[in-house]
Design a protein around this ligand. Structure first.
Ligand code: ADP
Ligand code: MG
Length: 696
């Protein structure tokens, strides 16, 4: 009987209704589900060791031999059932014992040849070695499954053990007709066909010479074998298909077409307080080209903290405003909204375009006024928080939405904004410095512009790790910095269990520190403050009336005070690396050389310390991001989960970047050949991913 990919598992011989139910409970319904349930590691049980050469305990070995004696007994002391056997080959014999597996005795008859895999232990008697509860398989004519080869190891699924799952996979692979995948036709050399990839990812064979076998063995462990890469390619092609369809759908929508003339160029020159960096020029050119097209832009502007994303966005806004449309500029916090409002008001003062602000904490009358201006449909730039998304705010001529620090925004919020206008252009800014190929996939259907260059004159921030006992010297340093016109952020972590508690800690700390720095004007900001109070303190800090700012991570993103030259971070071990990098990005923005002091808490683990040492040694946002990514995985990394990305079975954004790019290329080519429907039918995806593909 031959199986198809969609055959239900219950139709397999040997799978009764009870087993089928257990399998279903763990998400395995069909043959394809089992094929996509991949081994998480492999054991090399291919080379039997001669029994006579076993001399040291505590190593995992494979042996092949003949059973020469089997007996069962009960241990007197505990309630244990033992099967004891002696297994020998032509070099020697070794005792084998199984605990509480009485059925073993029934299968082992003297004279049976066995493969055994297990760990050699020193016998309880202290005399000689024995094998304890090894895995075993009777040597038969058919190909061995559990032993005598490289063996796949599966995570058990409740009552379904690895051995059962292994035989299930083997039985399916013997009968299934996988057929060619569409990608098989267009694959570059080096990738096996899909059917072979499935067969070998479950049951790899170390053929060829020793070197070749060693290499494949290592690749299997790293999930970079040709079989893993082929499966990753299939999955990434599924992702690329979703993205390509989204893009195609977007390109069918008409969007406001913007124009650029000498008038806009003159305004732009008047707005800019400095020449743009080459990276900024490139990004502006890419954005403006998008804005001139009749389809909505969807672009990610990605640049490390301090790379100057704001002016790039401002120039994009200018083009849209000058073309007669409105712009909504969304910030994740009130502090940031206020700051962008201040910056943008300043930038746009040489132009005729009004800049407005709308946040949740404003008075109802103020809000109503802004809403009224917007409702008239005149070109205007409005900066705001999520209050901008409220239904009562109408944008009759919304031409573009700018979203700052996008990782704080969910898909639905983005969608809401898009729904406000007919189909506005979308510019998303993020400081999360991710490798370009990752950005392409993490942000899905967005095109990417990268600011890979900092404005001139920046000096790298020097980061040091200090223990508590360094406090007196740190305070001296602060006095000197402030005397010379520098300003200081002092950041406290929010304790997740209790915001109230961490606020209390912040207050106590602040009082203590203020006593230690009586001559220095200090201020405090945190998330629980009224926005107006917070804003007042921030302004005082920006103006230099406050020199030391105690803060929670509300200052993490976007805050821009060029005079700030020192950042002290309390309990840095409680922050993720990416977050530390964001915080550190608040200093080093002006002419002063800047410092970041990581003030360790008590009992910091060696791993945490190593992590911080890595961070202190580099200012490179990409390196930090990559390390963060490696330590925490992509899910934690950018709020990927809120974007509802599927879980891949073989593919990893980190390990398979080459496949990711290849998949996107192949899918684009197939699309341009008008073969998307064929592609959609022809991909063999794991169920979670298959369901993600939206209808055409
Ligand atoms: P981010 O990319 O982190 O949002 P900002 O837009 O806040 O960075 O810019 C950081 C600082 O660099 C701001 O003070 C800004 O005025 C300044 N800046 C931006 N572009 C340039 C440039 N081309 N030359 C000099 N300074 C610049
Ligand atoms: Mg910014």
């Amino acid at each position: 009987m031959s199986l198809s990919l969609t055959s239900e598992l219950v139709s397999l011989p040997g799978i009764g209704p009870a087993r089928a139910r257990q399998l279903r409970q763990h998400g395995l319904f069909t043959v394809a589900d089992v094929l996509w349930y991949l081994p998480y590691r492999y054991e090399d049980r291919s080379n039997p060791t001669p029994i006579g050469s076993l001399t040291v305990p505590d190593v995992a070995v494979t042996v092949v031999g003949e059973v020469c004696d089997v007996r069962e007994r009960r241990a007197r002391t505990r309630n244990l059932h033992l099967v004891e056997a002696l297994v020998q080959d032509h070099t020697g014999a070794i005792p084998v014992v199984w605990f509480n597996q009485p059925y073993v005795a029934k299968s082992l008859k003297p004279g049976t040849r066995l493969w055994l895999y297990g760990t050699v232990r020193l016998a309880k008697s202290g005399w000689g070695l024995q094998l304890v509860s090894p895995e075993w398989e009777v040597e038969e004519d058919k190909e061995p499954l559990h032993l005598g080869r490289v063996v796949p190891v599966y995570r058990r699924l409740g009552p379904l053990g690895g051995r059962f799952l292994r035989s299930l996979a083997a039985r399916i692979l013997q009968r299934v007709d996988i057929g060619p995948s569409l990608l098989d036709e267009v694959l570059p050399p080096g990738y096996p066909p899909l059917a072979q990839a499935f067969a070998r990812v479950h049951f790899p064979e170390l053929t060829g010479g020793q070197d070749e076998a060693t290499r494949l063995w290592q690749e299997l462990a790293r999930r970079t074998s040709p079989f893993h890469r082929r499966l990753a390619l299939e999955e990434f092609a599924g992702l690329a298909l979703v993205l390509e369809k989204t893009r195609a759908a977007r390109e069918r929508i008409p969007a406001p077409v913007c124009q650029v003339s000498d008038r806009e160029r003159a305004w732009a020159r008047a707005m800019l307080p400095f020449p743009l960096t080459a990276a900024q020029k490139r990004a502006v050119a890419e954005i403006v080209a998008d804005l001139q097209k009749p389809t909505p832009m969807a672009r990610l502007l990605q640049g490390d903290v301090g790379s100057g994303k704001t002016v790039v966005a401002a120039l994009a806004c200018l083009v849209v405003l000058a073309s007669g449309y409105q712009v909504a500029f969304l910030a994740p916090t009130e502090v940031l909204a206020q700051q962008h409002f201040a910056t943008l008001s300043r930038l746009f003062s040489p132009t005729p375009f009004p800049v407005l602000v709308l946040t949740g904490s404003m008075f109802a009358a103020e809000k109503a006024e802004v809403r009224e201006v917007l409702a008239q449909g005149q070109p205007a730039l409005v900066v705001g928080t999520h209050a901008l998304l409220e239904e009562t705010v109408a944008f009759p001529r919304l031409g573009m939405a700018v979203v700052d620090e996008q990782h704080r925004f969910g898909t639905s919020q983005r969608q809401k904004l898009v729904e406000k206008g007919a189909s506005p252009h979308l510019l998303v800014m993020t400081a999360t410095p991710i490798p370009r190929s990752l950005a392409l996939s993490l942000y899905g259907d967005l095109e990417v512009s990268v600011l890979d260059e900092l404005p001139p004159g920046r000096k790298p921030v020097r980061t040091v790790i200090r223990e508590r006992d360094a406090l007196p010297r740190l305070l001296d340093f602060i006095r000197r910095e402030v005397a010379e016109g520098g300003r200081v952020y002092w950041v406290f972590p929010v304790i997740e269990e209790s915001e109230a508690l961490s606020l209390k800690a912040l207050k106590a700390h602040e009082r203590a520190l203020k006593r230690l720095l009586p001559e220095i004007p200090c201020g405090t900001v945190h998330g629980r403050m009224a926005a107006a109070d917070r804003d007042r303190v921030m302004r005082a800090f920006a103006a230099g009336e406050v020199s030391v700012l105690f803060a929670t991570t509300v200052i993490e993103v976007g805050v821009d005070v060029p005079e700030a030259s020192l950042m002290v971070i309390e309990n840095p071990e409680r922050f993720g690396l990416a977050q530390l990098h964001q915080l550190r990005g608040r200093v080093g923005r002006g002419r002063r050389r800047s410092f970041c002091v990581l003030l360790l808490g008590e009992n910091v683990s060696p791993e945490a310390r190593k992590r911080l040492e890595f961070f202190a040694a580099t200012n490179d946002g990409f390196a930090v991001a990559e390390e963060d990514f490696r330590l925490r995985g992509p899910g934690e990394f950018t709020g990927l989960r809120q974007w509802g990305r599927p879980e891949f079975r073989a593919a990893s954004f980190f390990v398979h970047q080459q496949e990711l790019e290849l998949a996107r290329r192949l899918v684009r080519t197939l699309f341009s050949q008008g073969r998307q429907q064929e592609l959609e039918r022809g991909l063999l995806l794991p169920p979670s991913l298959g369901q993600e593909i939206p209808p055409a």
